[in-house]
Write a protein that binds this ligand. Structure first.
Ligand code: XIL
Length: 367
């Protein structure tokens, strides 16, 4: 009876072992009544597989509200974050509205604490994000700025923030989501409306002037497979590269719907054409949402989707990072943004590893 329960627990719970690269240890035999129950077989954490096997592709997660917070789940969150991932992306903490309560004040305490904590846990940090139409403060968007003033505001923001983190980041998302879905036009927004298309290259040049050592990324969603929006971004980056603008990588956000992802062929061909421009590729915000509550069948599809995307990254030499947009289904942007959907991450609300976790753990271990 006890053994049956433990067998079930073994399937349900993947208690990962610390930094150990040894093969999965077997459970000690159940012995006398004083012997502790057999330990759950341990699975090597994702980051340890990557590190021990010297894989090119780093594994990351966005860190958000549960990072070092008073929430009861925070301690477990921190444990899983440090155990499983070797890249951290601040989910909101480096965005304009978080950093800049007014033009003259900068709130660096929380993003600084993430950068420091990541370094002490041997994790890289992806900087996210310098120029975006969203999460801008009211003092900025409601101001009546001239074109020249708007440009100065953008440039001074980049100089300050990229300067602050100079030499400490593995990547910067310099421009985020500049294109609309469906049409090859620029997305309207605060920067594009006032500055026109040139804001994009100006942003990259300013980031490079502030920190010439950190790879600079263009980041977007619905550009992961071949398609009209991906064509637009491809043409943009080809043009920027041709004119010597310092852009080094393409961030594929990868916010997907379970069972509706681009085909592996489409992802592979799309990654290849960006790589052929001389760009690095990173998967920057992956999640795979399901209708909630998720079913076993949906979680199986979700696992296939995670595995397929990671596999395309592993097979594309230019792809060197795979970042998921959160740690646990307990804290994800999906349910509030896409009502009725969620359960999009690798760990469930109780930090139990899901089939998607197992799928990518297995792929990293065996490829
Ligand atoms: C989301 C965060 O996860 C939410 O907490 C926040 O309320 C809104 O932004 N694309 C991006 C990310 O580039 O910055 C967004 O993050 C998700 C979509």
């Amino acid at each position: 009876m006890g053994r049956r329960l433990l067998a079930v627990a073994t399937v349900m719970t993947l208690a990962a072992c610390g930094g150990d690269s040894s093969p999965t240890p077997t459970s000690p035999e159940a012995g006398t009544p004083n012997t502790p129950p057999p330990t759950t077989p341990m699975v090597t954490p994702l980051r340890r597989i990557v590190e021990n096997r010297g894989l090119r592709v780093k594994i990351g997660a966005a860190a958000g509200a549960l990072f070092n917070s008073t929430d009861a789940a925070s301690a477990q969150y921190m444990t899983v974050l440090a155990r499983e991932f070797n890249v951290l992306t601040p989910e909101n903490e480096m965005k304009f509205s978080s950093l800049r309560p007014s033009r003259t004040e900068y709130r660096y305490a929380r993003p600084d604490s993430m950068v420091t904590w990541a370094a002490s846990n041997n994790m890289l940090v992806r900087g996210h994000v310098l120029v975006w139409h969203s999460q801008l403060p009211n003092w900025l968007t409601s101001g009546s700025w001239t074109t020249a003033e708007t440009r100065t505001l953008m440039l001074e923001h980049i100089a300050a923030v990229a300067g602050r983190y100079k030499g400490k980041l593995a990547a910067w998302d310099v421009v985020n989501e500049a294109y609309t879905d469906g049409t090859p036009t620029l997305r309207p927004g605060f920067w594009a409306d006032r500055l026109g298309r040139s804001y994009i290259e100006d942003a990259f040049r300013a980031a490079y002037a502030a920190d010439s050592a950190t790879p600079l990324y263009y980041n977007d969603y619905n550009i992961e497979g071949l398609g009209a929006k991906s064509d637009s971004v491809y043409n943009l980056l080809r043009d920027l590269k041709a004119r010597g603008v310092p852009v080094h990588g393409i961030g594929m956000q990868m916010h997907l719907i379970a069972g509706q992802i681009p085909t592996v062929e489409s992802l592979t061909a799309n990654f290849a054409r960006f790589a052929a421009l001389g760009l690095k590729i990173q998967i920057t915000e992956m999640d795979v949402r399901v209708p909630t509550p998720g079913t076993a069948a949906m979680f199986a599809t979700q696992a296939d989707n995670y595995r397929d995307v990671l596999n395309v990254c592993l097979q594309t030499t230019a792809c060197d990072m795979f970042v998921v947009w959160g740690v646990t289904d307990r804290a994800s942007w999906i349910p509030s943004t896409f009502p009725g959907q969620g359960d999009a991450l690798l760990f469930d609300r109780d930090f139990v590893a899901k089939p998607a976790y197992t799928a990518i753990n297995t792929l990293l271990s065996t490829r």
